[in-house]
Write a protein that binds this ligand. Structure first.
Ligand SMILES: Cc1ncc(C[n+]2csc(CCOP(=O)(O)OP(=O)(O)O)c2C)c(N)n1
Ligand SMILES: [Mg+2]
Length: 634
């Protein structure tokens, strides 16, 4: 008879066990290990202050042997803290992230937008919303949603559709399998996104005898799946027959650190590379194959190549409507798609010859399989000419000398010249992403950080903090529209508290240039897209400009603000900001009406089919004309 030994256990609360577990998780790729959690963000309330909050305190002031400190950051708004975690994880190429703890009710539901953003952008974040008592003893507790048909439902169930993994810990022992499953999802490039573990407030504080084994140091290997040989051969076969191929580089190329592989692929085949918002910088803009942004806000060169492509090779792209110009960008009736993606769901899009693979591994394998294939000289010449044509447009946009207020494209031109190769530009919403997609000359894969999966106003400032924490040696510059600024300025306080240095460039145009011009071109006359006082005469929001002073607002956080009145002054201001050790903001007035880069593609935004307004009727006619080019079956 063999003697059974009871495993060694340690008595901890669920909160303490979770913190201790998280503190010893590592990720590894290509032989490099790093802590999976760089720390924890949180805002405390009755739902987590005495449970997870106590555990985080204990971790900081008196960690158990083998437990590692998990630095705690106090955020100002729960949505922002998730965006900070996303900014960090994205900058770390998804190898590291943060845990985010929130109190029950509004603290937790404030994280919903961040969860959706992370899941859509495929960026790992661990969310720990607090939840109603598992025992239900004091129900209904403050902030509890009472659901009389389904008493076990809570507001946190809203996280289900926006999470890649969702669980609720009713009993302490459930934490073990749940935490392990959560780590697997966070570190799986195909599955990653928001991972949500709801923690009832009583369970957080409940003690349990945990096997020591649960707390051993664990390394999660981030996979580089290799392509199935038959799938690779099918893909290579299609590409070999191509006369006008185009490669669409998406965010997956950057997260996989596949820039060298992509450049080698382009060198070997001569295939032009166009990019998406997440993929810009995957290849340097100076490479002879680099044709820049494709799609609705793409440039004329990339879009002309896309329009006539006979084979489109999508690597690490989700093919959003902006990339495909709402399924009008690829106009060759016989166009075929070959997709390399770590996620089968994306690889299969557009009826593609699909190759499920890591981008770096897949690009190297496809290059080898295409040995000897090269596009014709005449095609390469055409690429060079089209790219040179767009370079002239970019130069014009960068140096317009527009007045009396500068065009925002001139601010981008100045920043493009002033930023170092390893510096990071952050943006997410407004008219800026489109202009940047068309104009930004990215020299490295780190430079261009555009959140355009969720395009969430207010992402910029918290994400800048996250990016700075991930790459302290880089200058991090957030470009923030005045509308986006007013959506979420609060995290400036956290940036100040942490002594972090970022540069905030606020473009003040007193409203929404983006939605304003969309409204106008779609027959809605810029209705309610400017920030104006309600006018006593018209009863509409078309009175005087508001007296809101954004510079003063930023100064109130203890941040120095520069207010250049011209592009020359902006350059000086940037030099000053770059030279300082502390966070600096530059607020510059820009022209609400552009001019923006010339557009060469469409975006499907439906216009009212019937209307009493002539502007709407005209826009509807145009909409119906454009809609005819759409190929929804692709
Ligand atoms: C959270 C959120 N709400 C609404 C929108 C829709 N939206 C997109 S751009 C925009 C206006 C952005 O204004 P601003 O930041 O000033 O940029 P500008 O358009 O002036 O360049 C709005 C309301 C959004 N993207 N995100
Ligand atoms: Mg604006």
């Amino acid at each position: 008879m063999t003697e059974t030994t009871t495993p060694a256990t340690v008595r901890l609360t669920v909160g303490q066990a979770l913190v201790r577990f998280l503190s010893v998780q590592y990720s590894e790729r290509d032989g490099v290990e790093q802590r999976l959690f760089a720390g924890a963000f949180g805002i405390f309330g009755h739902g987590n202050v005495a449970g997870v909050g106590q555990a985080l305190l204990q971790n900081q002031v008196d960690p158990a042997p083998g437990e590692e400190p998990l630095r705690f950051y106090q955020a100002r708004n729960e949505q922002n803290m998730v965006h900070t975690a996303v900014g960090y994880a994205r900058t770390a190429n998804r190898l590291q992230t943060f845990a985010c703890t929130a109190s029950i009710g509004p603290g937790s539901t404030n994280m919903l937008t961040g969860a959706a953003l992370a899941t859509i952008d495929r960026i790992p974040v661990l969310l720990l919303p607090s939840d109603n008592f598992a025992t239900r003893a004091p129900d209904p507790v403050l902030q509890q949603l009472e659901n009389e048909q389904t008493p076990e439902a809570s507001v946190n169930d809203a996280f289900r559709p926006v999470s890649r993994f969702f669980d609720r810990i009713h009993r302490p022992e459930q934490l073990m399998s749940s935490a392990l499953a959560a780590m697997r999802v966070l570190t799986d490039p195909a599955e990653t996104g928001a991972v949500t573990i709801c923690l009832p407030q009583d369970v957080q504080a409940e003690a349990y005898d945990w096997p020591e084994e649960f707390f051993r140091r664990r390394v999660w290997h981030v996979a580089r799946p290799v392509p199935e040989p038959a799938a690779l051969e099918r893909a290579a076969e299609v590409v070999r027959g191509a006369r006008r191929p185009v490669l669409v580089a998406g965010g997956g190329v950057i997260y996989s650190e596949a820039s060298e592989a992509l450049t080698a692929f382009a060198d070997a085949t001569g295939i032009p590379v166009v990019d998406t918002q997440a993929g810009k910088g995957a290849i340097s803009w100076e490479h002879p194959s680099a044709a820049g942004g494709v799609g609705s806000t793409g440039n004329s060169a990339a879009n002309a190549l896309a329009a006539e492509a006979d084979v489109v090779i999508g690597v690490g792209t989700r093919y959003t409507d902006f990339t495909t110009a709402s399924r009008t960008a690829f106009r060759n009736p016989d166009v075929r798609f070959v997709n390399l993606n770590v996620k089968a769901f994306d690889a299969a899009k557009h009826a593609a010859e699909m190759v499920v693979t890591d981008a770096r591994t897949g690009l190297a394998a496809l290059r080898a399989a295409l040995d000897g294939y090269r596009v014709a000289e005449s095609y390469s010449r055409e690429v060079t000419e089209r790219v040179a044509e767009w370079a002239r447009v970019t130069d014009e946009c960068y140096h317009r000398g527009h007045g009396p207020l500068p065009a925002q494209t001139e601010v981008f031109g100045a920043l493009n010249e002033l930023l170092g190769d390893e510096d990071i530009l952050i943006n997410a919403a407004g008219s800026m992403p489109g202009d940047l997609q068309a104009l930004w000359r990215a020299r490295t894969p780190v430079q261009y950080h555009l959140e355009y999966g969720y395009s969430c106003m207010g992402y910029e400032i918290p994400a800048a903090m996250g990016a700075k924490l991930a790459r302290p040696g880089s200058e991090v510059v957030a470009i923030v529209g005045d509308g986006s600024y007013q959506m979420a300025p609060q995290e400036i306080a956290t940036i100040v508290a942490e002594g972090l240095k970022v540069v905030l460039v606020v473009l003040q145009n007193h409203g929404w240039s983006s939605i304003g011009s969309l409204s106008e071109s779609h027959g809605s006359q810029r209705f309610a897209t400017k920030y104006r006082m309600r006018s006593p005469e018209t009863g509409m929001l078309d009175g005087d400009k508001l007296p809101v002073d954004l510079a003063a607002n930023i100064r109130s956080y203890g941040v120095e603000v520069l207010e250049p009145g011209s592009i020359a002054e902006f350059r000086d201001a940037y030099a000053t900001a770059a030279g300082r050790d502390a966070t600096t903001a530059i607020v510059i007035e820009t022209d609400l009406y552009g001019p923006n880069p010339p557009s060469s593609n469409w975006w499907d935004v439906p216009v009212s089919e019937v209307s009493r307004l002539e502007s709407t009727q005209q826009a509807r006619e145009e909409y119906e004309r454009a809609k005819r080019d759409q190929r929804p079956y692709l």
